[in-house]
Write a protein that binds this ligand. Structure first.
Ligand code: MOS
Length: 760
């Protein structure tokens, strides 16, 4: 796998080899040998174990909790619920201002009162000396409920959908109603598509279960080893909850075993573990079960969409009306950008979008890779395919006919857009010339063969980040940043940026992350790490060079050339500081430090977005092609080949970037063909809470995925030229597969997942 991946990248002509080369993951060895420590692997002295008890009803109140048997069970230290939980000071604060509730509602508060908002809600936690004793204790807790009528059925309740509160408050909110051009243009369009699309609830199932080890090191000092996507956002949240100065809360997430948005929010199980640790006065470990992952850490919400698309007979879009209703909980309004790309992707003069949410008695959803954009792209890119077929125009041609050279939504030029290059590369690699317009025309024995495509886009969202860099006399470079690495290989990419900036060999560079005490970083989310932290790495490396330059130049003599050397031209080669293009100016780092009587130099540099943000529209783009075979008798679906091409700006780490694209394609195959969490509405309870019932792609389901990058820098977006990759890896994959299935069978399936029963 690694070998072929490397080869594939090395053979790729697009790739500018002089810039960044493929590097194995810097933490790969730690991960495969088990030396990497995850949140549930910190063996603190006195560690005890917590197991959650979940509600068995979807709505109502808890009448009574009988915890006597559990408390008497061997090894049980405490049974904690709303009856006896210590008060979380931040919870009390928010309750003191009922006249100003947060506009989007608020996260579920652990053990706050006796209300039950969904089936599977954590209502008690049992703490014991071992995991098994805690599990047994939890099985003995008896709860009596006062049941109320619940609503979990999306279809049955869709007419109760509402405009999100943030849009009511602010008509400019991205989830407010949007209109450009003629509102009624669809009615008069010569060719029309009018269709509804449904995406079921999809659940976060990363390899590592959500886990926290909570440790009160003192009465007012909290350390958590927590599976989160942001150490400092989590630090801020817990500092607020426990009314502590942020510096008293330490959040460690050195390794994260896969996260796709589930760690972008803090959840009740985390506070439950912190409460428990405080009450039993010992460090507490709490690991969710796979079943609990379905109800406790968010999910991609069930979403209904409707698209009305109008075009002229010669293929010019004249109208798109796109409506969406997404599910949320009764206590917290979750919204996402399902409709954003419809406003900017194609050159239709007339566009209306309308976003609504439906509050049900379920847990709060959260972003799940590509988030709303991936959901929206299923509808938009399916509709584009339907329209192209109606017009008898090749789907790529149709997209090119409606290509935009500037952003019609923000009315700004793109910083960069190389989507045409993606179309060209993908078309050739998938063998698009074999595709026939008429469905069912290409066969391979009993199998119907189809080709499909889908476009993806996601905002290049650079944020603020800071990096500390330290160079020692041996020429080792150490860097630190609070950012997490949920899997993309952040450390690897940052080492490559530092090596590229300084000339220092990658094996002499260390990038430490995942600790709230390191310099500033937000969440690893929204494809924003390389373009936020990368520039801070660059800035820190350049600041070190400036320090060295001054130090060298002040020695005078033959080294005076350093005073006027450009920062970019200063390089570190084999422990020597050099000026590019000059043979004479060379200084040994060790000698220089000795002369100046220092052992190391250090700096911390912050980097943030500049005014280009207001002058350009910044998006990454992707194109996904699929060849799909459908068995003509059984409806069995085989994805035979996937080709992905991304315009993500500069590709810093070709190997891990290709990994991300393959992972995104895999997620897209799951979305298109398998994933669906189903509630039994009689009980308001999920019936698909394991991998036997909730299917994700396995190796046999995923064909060879060919990955290509345009790899042209976008230096308007940020100094490293990267636009982000994580989301566009999945956005557009599901419609590419759905469109290929239509091309194979003539069946247009608008409700995911596309299972064989829908095709026969
Ligand atoms: Mo991603 S949905 O920003 O983890």
């Amino acid at each position: 796998m690694n070998h072929s991946l490397n080869q594939q990248i090395m053979n790729e002509a697009f790739f500018d080899k002089k810039d960044y080369k493929s590097l194995d993951r810097v933490d790969g060895r730690l991960k495969v040998t088990g030396a990497a420590r995850y949140s549930a692997e910190y063996q603190l002295s006195g560690l005890v174990y917590a197991v959650l008890v979940e509600s068995k009803i979807a709505k109502g109140t808890i009448k009574s909790i009988d915890s006597k048997a559990a408390e008497r069970a061997p090894g049980v230290l405490a049974v904690i619920s709303h009856v006896n939980a210590i008060k979380v000071p931040g919870y009390q604060t928010s309750n003191q201002h009922p006249s100003e509730p947060p506009v989007n509602g608020q996260p579920l508060r652990a053990f706050y009162d006796n209300n039950v908002y969904y089936n599977g809600q954590p209502v008690a936690v049992v703490v014991a000396s071992t995991l098994e004793k805690a599990q047994y204790g939890a099985s003995l807790v008896k709860i009596q409920y006062e049941k109320e009528q619940h609503k979990t059925d999306f279809d049955a309740n869709m007419e109760s959908a509402v405009l999100p509160a943030q849009a009511k408050k602010n008509p400019k909110s991205p989830v407010a109603d949007y209109s450009r051009g003629d509102k009624n243009a669809f009615a008069n369009a010569p060719v029309k598509i009018d269709a509804e699309y449904v995406l079921p609830t999809e659940v976060h199932n990363p390899m590592e279960l959500q886990a926290i080890t909570a440790h009160w090191e003192a009465e007012d000092k909290l350390t958590v080893y927590d599976k989160v996507q942001g150490t400092q956002p989590t630090q801020k949240q817990f500092a607020k909850e426990w009314n502590l100065p942020p510096e008293n809360v330490k959040v460690i997430a050195t390794f994260v075993g896969g996260a796709f948005g589930n760690g972008l929010h803090n959840w009740p199980h985390e506070t439950a573990a912190i409460i428990a640790a405080k009450q039993v006065k010992k460090p507490v470990k709490l690991v969710l079960t796979r079943e609990q992952m379905f109800t406790m850490v968010g999910y991609r919400p069930y979403t209904w969409q409707k698209i009305q698309m109008g075009a002229t007979k010669d293929g010019k879009l004249v109208a798109i009306n796109h409506e969406s209703v997404g599910q949320t909980s009764s206590y917290e309004e979750f919204t996402e950008s399902t409709l954003q790309q419809t406003r900017m992707m194609y050159a239709s003069p007339n566009i209306n979008t309308r976003y609504r949410i439906l509050k049900l008695d379920v847990s709060t959803p959260i972003w799940m890779r590509g988030p709303g954009e991936a959901t929206g792209a299923f509808a938009l890119e399916s509709a584009m395919d339907e329209m192209a077929f109606s017009l008898n125009i090749d789907p790529i041609e149709f997209r090119l006919m409606n290509y935009t050279d500037s952003d019609p939504d923000k009315q700004l030029p793109w910083s960069t857009k190389y989507l045409k290059e993606c179309y060209d590369a993908g078309k050739e690699k998938i063998g698009w010339e074999k595709r026939k317009m008429q469905p069912g025309s290409v066969r391979s024995g009993e199998w119907l063969v189809g080709y499909g495509m889908g476009t993806g886009t996601f905002g290049a969202n650079r944020g603020v980040a800071a990096v500390r860099a330290e160079l020692d006399a041996e020429g080792n470079l150490l860097m630190q940043c609070a950012i997490t690495d949920i899997g993309p290989g952040t450390g690897t990419a940052m080492v490559q940026i530092a090596s590229n900036t300084t000339g220092i060999a990658t094996d002499k560079i260390t990038f430490q992350l995942g600790n709230s005490q390191f310099p500033k970083a937000g969440n690893q989310g929204g494809s924003s790490t390389v373009n936020s932290v990368g520039p801070a790495v660059q800035a820190a490396c350049n600041a070190l060079k400036e320090q060295l330059k001054t130090m060298i130049a002040s020695n005078g003599g033959s080294q005076a050339a350093f005073a006027s050397a450009k920062t970019d031209d200063i390089l570190f080669v084999n422990g020597q500081i050099q000026i590019a293009g000059s043979d004479s100016a060379k200084v040994d780092i060790g000698t220089l430090f000795k002369q100046n009587n220092i052992r190391k130099i250090e700096t911390t540099q912050e980097s943030k977005p500049d005014e280009n943000r207001n002058k350009y529209s910044m998006y990454a783009f992707s194109m996904h092609f699929a060849e799909v075979h459908v068995h003509s008798l059984t409806g069995q679906i085989r994805v035979k080949k996937v080709v992905c091409c991304a315009d993500a700006g500069t590709i810093i780490s070709p190997k891990t970037a290709a990994n991300q694209m393959i992972g995104g394609a895999t997620g897209g195959i799951g979305m298109a063909l398998m994933e669906s969490a189903i509630i039994d509405h009689r009980f308001g309870r999920y019936v698909t809470k394991d991998f036997a019932e909730y299917h994700v792609p396995v190796h046999a389901d995923v064909p060879h995925v060919e990955v290509f990058f345009v790899n042209k820098p976008d230096t308007l977006a940020d100094p490293v030229g990267s636009k982000g990759l994580g989301e566009i890896a999945i956005i557009g994959v599901a419609p590419a597969i759905a469109n290929a299935i239509f091309n194979a069978t003539g069946k247009r399936i608008r409700e995911l997942p596309i299972t064989p029963d829908k095709l026969i």
